[in-house]
Design a protein around this ligand. Structure first.
Ligand SMILES: *Cc1c(COP(=O)(O)O)cnc(C)c1O
Length: 294
């Protein structure tokens, strides 16, 4: 894990040099604790250690980037990790869960109904040595940790910052850190997740809520983790032309969306756009070999 691997890649050429577009390569921190996951976890982990906790406990689905990132980051900081996983235990574990186990995470499988009631899970598993992290790292602590995504490199020249949105924690952190001349645009990867605006605002102060941001709901490709042949082609194209690896759940939809919005005239030709590469590439292992060229 090395946040110094992050750099800003100029991809204007991919946009025919009509627009000034770059991408913050936060995916390069680590293949597993990549992108926003390192930033979202950092203050949860710091607080857990400061409070004398020895175990991180959290929640996620069987392909969750958050789960596997917690397992590796926790282990690297000398902490035990426990993951409560949505759904019955499958016959064959996903690559994500296999990795989490290999990193030392103890997995508990919970039915979909029980998974919805996280307070029940936390109250049935009370242990003073455990620090709980909400699913996806959602929370003010997670968002505060994301603020340094905009200071790790000089992002002041950019006036438009665009990211993918799941729980909205990363976007909330980017809004917190954004300068007055910057607008933050989030592309939601969930279908019709209209409540996301309120969920993001819940992580902001009243003043931060007045900053310049908007959510776009047009690039979910059918819903969370759904994809189309066109999206796969786009991913291969991005790699061929820019050596830019993208994941199919978040960042491929993000870059596709930015390109589509650009062709529709969404951006002022003088604007300087920064896309956030939030990582997540480990999820591509669920594809059949040969689907992707990278
Ligand atoms: C988890 C994840 C996101 C979503 O982040 P939120 O803070 O939940 O909105 C975006 N991109 C990638 C690659 C992720 O793994």
């Amino acid at each position: 894990m090395n946040i110094n691997n992050i750099y800003i890649q100029d991809i204007s050429e991919f946009f025919n040099n009509i627009l000034n577009i770059s991408i913050l390569r936060a995916d390069l921190i680590d293949p597993v604790v990549s992108g926003n996951k390192w930033f979202k976890l950092q203050l949860y982990v710091r607080d857990a250690i400061a409070a004398g906790k020895t175990t991180l406990a959290t929640f996620g689905g069987p392909y969750s980037n958050h789960i596997v990132a917690t397992s590796k980051y926790g282990a690297s900081m000398g902490l035990e990790t426990v993951g409560f996983i949505r759904g019955e235990k499958p016959v064959a574990l996903s690559p994500t869960l296999t990795d989490a186990m290999e990193n030392g995470m103890t997995l508990h499988f919970v039915s979909r109904e029980d998974f919805e009631q996280t307070e029940k899970i936390t109250s049935h598993n009370q242990d003073p040595s455990w620090a709980w992290i909400p699913e996806g790292g959602y929370g003010i602590t997670g968002a505060e940790g994301v603020k340094s995504m905009l200071t790790i490199k000089d992002t002041a020249p950019f006036d438009t910052i665009i990211c993918a949105v799941g729980t909205g924690t990363m976007m909330a952190g980017l809004i917190k850190a954004a300068a007055p001349h910057q607008q933050v645009i989030g592309l939601s990867v969930l279908k019709n997740n209209i409540s996301i605006v309120e969920e993001i605002k819940a992580l902001l102060t009243p003043d931060e809520s007045k900053k310049n941001f908007e959510i776009n709901h047009d690039y979910h490709f059918g819903g969370y983790a759904k994809h189309t042949p066109a999206l796969i082609d786009f991913m291969n194209d991005c790699y061929k032309k820019m050596e830019l690896p993208l994941d199919f759940v978040y960042t491929a939809k993000l870059v596709y969306g930015v390109e589509d919005l650009a062709t529709k005239g969404k951006f002022d030709p003088t604007s300087k756009i920064l896309i956030i590469h939030s990582g997540g590439l480990q999820g591509n292992r669920s594809f059949k070999k040969g689907t992707l060229i990278f």
